[in-house]
Design a protein around this ligand. Structure first.
Ligand code: FES
Length: 69
């Protein structure tokens, strides 16, 4: 599912960025340009990144995230 239409960023792209080591919304944004177009996706994109970061903080989450990516 697309999170950001302007830059064709999907949930899996965000999962992949977090699994690869991104530790903040800014880092994900730098990699994917998510929410740098019209900006209408910013709140939802930020919420999804935070959810992924929270999930990445739990034991065994990174392998699970990587499997989804
Ligand atoms: S939909 Fe993400 S910047 Fe426009």
């Amino acid at each position: 599912m697309y999170v950001c239409i302007c830059h064709a960023v999907r949930e899996r792209d965000i999962i992949r960025a977090v699994a690869a080591g991104a530790t903040s919304f800014q880092e994900v944004q730098d990699q994917l340009s998510v929410a740098t177009g019209c900006g209408s996706c910013r709140d939802e994109a930020n919420r999804y990144v935070q959810q992924c970061l929270d999930d990445a903080g739990t034991a065994d989450a990174i392998p699970a995230l990587s499997a989804l990516a």
